[in-house]
Design a protein around this ligand. Structure first.
Ligand SMILES: [Zn+2]
Length: 64
């Protein structure tokens, strides 16, 4: 997606501020342990009244 919704105010932002690696909790697949490396983008919230200046995008079903 070109942007993400801020977890603080719900506003939409397309201003990427960088990225980082996240390691969601490991979970088994077909009985085997799986380690997931997930690169997510950090966005700048464009709402000046929002308490969050930046936020990390969420991946549906994987992070929250
Ligand atoms: Zn915000």
């Amino acid at each position: 997606m070109a942007g993400a919704r801020c977890s603080g105010c719900g506003g939409w932002s397309g201003r990427v501020r960088g990225s980082c690696l996240r390691f969601p909790a490991d979970f088994p697949v077909a009985g085997r342990r799986v380690v997931l490396w997930l690169r997510v983008r950090r966005f700048l919230c464009e709402d000046v009244s929002c308490g969050r200046r930046t936020f990390v995008e969420q991946v549906a079903g994987l992070t929250r």
